[in-house]
Ligand binder design. Structure first.
Ligand code: 13P
Length: 251
């Protein structure tokens, strides 16, 4: 059985002071609960990785970054290399979040290269896919997510069990609109079937997270679906009580 995984995507939020209180709230809430509930991690703005390393080393809370360069080193102003994330003992990095695809024109080909750079450095990439509202209304959901995932699968090859996939319908992010558990399950099942086409054994090990307005009050139902292996949480990850409730929902 796949253990559930709940990852907080803090996006561009936080400060040294507010992070310290959020992380201690999460750690205290998890104290004494080893093994019950989902595994968890937070993906924080890069400047706060050192703070995570100091506060979370040896704890149940994993951590990582929200983006990574596809390049190893060199003249790439503003970029952060996978090896730099490893220097701060990150385990995870999100690649291809829809906000980066939309606001930074990231193509699926670039996202796949980022996933590969992360894997090569020993990180677990969390590769995001998801359709816009217009694409869903045009009945293009499966075409869009298939193409997005295909780019990543083509580069990671038989290391697919070392990646995490996140299905995040763009129209559900930060809007309070959630895909129904059945809608999300259907997409997750298709993504797993796609992985199975080339990786029939590994496909059952790949964690496929749902993201998009996951909250304490819908997390149980979403994570009860057979192919929903956890959540990628935005807004609700910024409140310790809500994030903890979602982690507990992932039994
Ligand atoms: P919300 O949970 O705020 O909808 O954000 C989801 C998300 O984008 C996580 O990556």
């Amino acid at each position: 059985m796949r253990r559930k995984l709940v990852v907080g995507n803090w996006k561009m939020n936080g400060s040294l002071a507010s992070n310290a209180s959020l992380l201690s709230g999460i750690s205290e809430g998890l104290a004494g609960t080893t093994g019950s509930g989902a595994a968890c991690a937070v993906c924080v703005p890069a400047p706060y990785l050192a703070q995570c390393q100091a506060l979370l080393s040896g704890s149940q809370v994993g951590y990582g970054a929200q983006d990574v360069s596809c390049h190893a080193a060199g003249a790439f102003t503003g970029e952060v290399a996978a090896s730099m994330l490893v220097d701060f003992a990150c385990q995870y990095v999100i690649v291809g979040h829809s906000e980066r695809r939309a606001m930074h024109a990231e193509s699926s080909a670039l996202v796949a290269k980022k996933a590969l750079a992360a894997l090569d450095a020993g990180l677990t990439p969390i590769a995001c896919v998801g359709e816009t509202l217009a694409e869903r209304e045009a009945e293009q959901t499966y075409v869009v997510v298939r193409n997005q995932l295909e780019a990543v699968l083509a580069l990671v090859g038989d290391r697919v069990a070392q990646i995490v996939v996140a299905y995040e319908p763009v129209w559900a992010i930060g809007t309070g609109k959630t895909a129904t558990p059945e809608m999300a399950q259907e997409v997750h099942a298709r993504l797993r079937a796609q992985i199975a086409e080339k990786n029939p054994v590994e496909c059952s090990a790949v964690q496929i997270l749902y993201g998009g307005s996951m909250k304490p009050d819908n997390a149980v139902e979403l994570m009860a679906q057979p192919d929903i292996d956890g959540g990628l949480i935005g807004g609700a990850a910024l409140k310790a009580a809500d994030f903890l409730a979602i982690i507990r929902a992932g039994k």
